[in-house]
Design a protein around this ligand. Sequence first.
Ligand code: AHN
Ligand code: ZN
Length: 322
Amino acid sequence: MKKLLFVSLCLMGLVGCKDKPVVNAEYVSPAPVFCEDSAYQYVAEQCGFGPRVMNSEAHEECGEWIAEKFKSFGLVVYDQYADGKLYDGTPVKMRNIVASYNPEAPARILIAGHWDSRQWADNDPDEANHKTPIDGANDGASSIGVMLEIARQLQLAPDSNRVKMGVDLICWDAEDNGESGSGNSSSWCLGSQHWSGFRHVQGYRARYGINLDMVGGHNTVFYREQYSMMYAPSVVDKVWGSARRLGYGKYFSYDDEGGAITDDHLEVNRGGIPCIDVIGSDKDNGGFPKTWHTMNDNIKNISKETLKAVGQTMLDVIWTEE
Ligand code: AHN
Ligand code: ZN
């Protein structure tokens, strides 16, 4: 019975994270406490469906779960269904899921990440796995886990500390089945390419966007990605500044500008909304995380500390927006 209670509390995302202090005691953020235990739980639940590869049952079921979860937090969900084609010609059924908090508010912030997972572990050390789908715990599920916890906190806030802005949490589909190492950059990010041409709401605008990618790995650092610096340097400053005053400077590094990475933020920029990419790099070699596109990108390699650093930073950005 006790176990059952624990499991159901977990499912509701209520275990842990009560009154945990943020890292830096000198800065008191107006934001609520981001619960990394529930973000982690949301990552695990997505992985529980199996790899969310295009046209699969796991993909369809997980998409439904994500949409329902956002609705359960009181957000308005817009579905954007579209047909796409992978670079090898395979037709795919795409679903971008947009969850909106305060849908009527004119001033909006956009936070996004992809929810599909790659169907080939083509960076795995064992070549026998190169055609096997990955769980995408970090590469896919981590961003959505953080976004779900953001939604839960937006909803939970008392009237005295409610966010008045609008916040749109966009889950991109079909980001991660691009052609690796080929320079074929349009083979990635099919969902966001579609959105950038056809918004979920006509005439949609946001002040700025923050795309999250691989925000849950161990040994992770976030560098200032080059397209983000080109298109939206003030948004980079804002996010890195929030992280630093919260005490997460070791995650959000100013050391070295990261490379220029083709990712969903580019499509948002092309659609006229300045958008950055918060994308995890390996702390030791600065490249993509070691589990990237391997069979090891699973729940065992998810770090609650990294989820917390990113999630708390996002809440601070949202709650300090004027
Ligand atoms: C390229 O490899 C060109 N872009 C990587 C974008 C990505 C894949 N993010 C996660 N998985
Ligand atoms: Zn990927």
